[in-house]
Design a protein around this ligand. Structure first.
Ligand code: AMP
Length: 216
């Protein structure tokens, strides 16, 4: 089963994708996470991607498409994938369609997480990420039990460099210009299901599961 999560930065794609991947036993493929790992390991890909990421712009399609193709070839992807943050451009959507068609694994559903810009800016400025296991926190709605420390693995939490207000505004603009047209692209394929993502993690997850035909 291949499922796409579409929505602006801060809508909760990463959080919902993790929950879905666990529940449905699928690979969680976040292009943002793969890029950040490459940056941390100082690979050639990471060094090329870094300036785009720091300024909130998109990394060029050919780099991203090649990276995803590699990930899809791994055995972990065989049962199906939750795509988080990919595709983000029409070129990426068309590339993914062609790739999945070749593999005989069509997209089952595209979940669109709907939320307002004001809520996104507030959410992202309070977002913290675990440096050990990648767990995501929100200082207001989902704070860690101990400040700056992950509840799950005890590692330190950090703030993403692109979660400052100025970069967040750029990311929202880039999303509106380059990614929101994908909602129409997949609506034409009759794959889109909309979810109100302002209602909190559990409620949103229940709704997503219901839309996928399971229980939350
Ligand atoms: P994310 O963690 O999904 O918010 O991604 C963080 C940053 O990585 C984005 O702001 C982009 O610079 C880059 N990135 C992640 N996924 C993509 C993609 N599919 N296409 C282009 N750039 C991406």
């Amino acid at each position: 089963m291949q499922i796409l999560l579409l929505g602006p930065p801060g809508a909760g794609k990463g959080t919902q994708a993790k929950l879905l991947a666990e529940r449905l036993n699928l690979l969680h493929l976040s292009t943002g996470d793969v890029l950040r790992q490459n940056v941390a390991n100082k690979t050639a890909l990471g060094m090329e991607a870094l300036p785009y990421m720091e300024s909130g712009k998109y990394v060029p399609d050919d780099l991203i498409n090649r990276m995803v193709e590699d990930q899809l070839d791994s055995p972990a992807a065989a049962e199906g994938v939750i795509f988080d943050g990919y595709p983000r451009t029409l070129n990426q959507a068309e590339t993914l369609d062609a790739l999945l068609e070749r593999k005989g694994r069509p997209i089952a559903a595209v979940i669109v997480l709907d939320i307002t810009d004001d809520e996104l800016v507030e959410r992202l400025s309070g977002r913290r990420v675990c440096s050990g296991c990648g767990a995501i926190y929100q200082l207001k709605s989902m704070p860690p039990l101990k400040p700056d420390t992950c509840d799950h693995c005890g590692a330190a939490l950090y703030q993403r460099v692109d979660d400052n207000e100025e970069t967040v505004r750029t990311r929202l603009k880039v999303y509106a210009e380059q990614t929101s047209p994908l909602v129409e692209y997949y609506t034409a394929q009759r794959k889109v299901r909309h979810v109100d993502a302002s209602q909190g993690i559990e409620k949103t997850f229940e709704r997503v599961m219901a839309l996928l035909g399971g229980e939350g």
